[in-house]
Design a protein around this ligand. Sequence first.
Ligand code: HEM
Length: 408
Amino acid sequence: MPELFTWEFATDPYPAYAWLREHSPVHRTVLPSGVEAWLVTRYADARQALADQRLSKNPAHHAGSAHAKGRTGIPGERKAELMTHLLNIDPPDHTRLRRLVSKAFTPRTVAEFAPRVRELTDGLIDRFAAQGSADLIHDFAFPLPIYAICDLLGVPREDQDDFRDWAGMMIRHGGGPRGGVARSVKKMRAYLAELIHRKREAPGDDLISGLIRASDHGEHLTENEAAAMAFILLFAGFETTVNLIGNGMYALLRHPEQRERLQRALARGDERLLATGVEELLRYDGPVELATWRYATEPLTLGGRDIAAGDPVLVVLAAADRDPERFGDPDTLDLARRDNQHLGYGHGIHYCLGAPLARLEGQTAIATLLRRLPDVRLAGDPDDLRWRGGLIMRGLRTLPVEFAAETK
Ligand code: HEM
């Protein structure tokens, strides 16, 4: 039985997941926090679990009620005002809130935002293109989604660097100064509450104004609900996108033949391989390694194992997406892969609300980097790269690259 949650595991968890899929597909384990949980690693079981209404998202169902706290990994969510967000609630509350936010956050809102994402992407590359080297996490993958979501929400440009600092503190997961995370969450909460108040007085055509305006059978979001919603949009859409760009570029840099194929397609103006390619990058080494916490509300059987009421269940998306029962040659990166119904965005009623925005950002970021830095390559030894710890997300701390400097 391979060891889980060690440093080697964080670097490459896939061999351990292959072992689990084969020998113990629904596996009871003790997490580094000491909490016991079931890990679900086969594709068919994972899909079933993600859609099973007997698995609640409400932490109050956890048998170890002493631990009954928010566990989505979103900093500050234990604060009551931010607890009631989509990933912590079940129908009918979930249905109501999701319907309301879906009215403001539509695929059309996202499509109209495409030129701004291109502008942001080029602007960030402009800052380092003449240098011949960069850290693609710090200089690119990290700022892009934070500025994008701030723009979309309607945070004025002059305040966006504050957001960048607060978000930077939170993503370090306690690695920053003591109390820094709590302070950043507090500042962000206070800022959002104030902004929502201002937008109520003077609405614009941004997402926060849309959230305030959205109504369902005459019902509106309260200011607290709107603040919690803005907060989850920021957080569900931030580290995930950083990791999509980071893990995605890393996979491309390690598979030169695939990346050259994509560059040739882009040079011909053919974006089909870009679309299938970004889906494949999500399957191959996606940003969300484990789906967020679920709790059995009644005894149930999954993959032949009996799960007791109150037991936490963690669906391992990264393992399911490499299941040979579902994907041919699952450990091979194939940007043109067909029939690629991966679980990188989840499945069922909690399916990622931001998937259209994530696709837009991921495709724009990767295509623009490959066009503007055609010979981009890893700087240094891949063995020296470090992965950020954390149960739910999978992403690199840094991604140093070199390239021929752009001349004006
Ligand atoms: C590459 C980027 C992304 C990935 C891989 C991703 C992945 C996921 C996954 C796996 C879930 C389901 C979690 C579960 O069932 O436990 C989810 C839910 C969610 N995502 Fe994303 N996400 C991404 C980007 C975004 C963006 C950009 C936004 C918004 C701005 C966003 C907003 C949300 C929200 C609000 C939910 C909760 C939906 C619900 O509970 O109904 N995500 N995401």
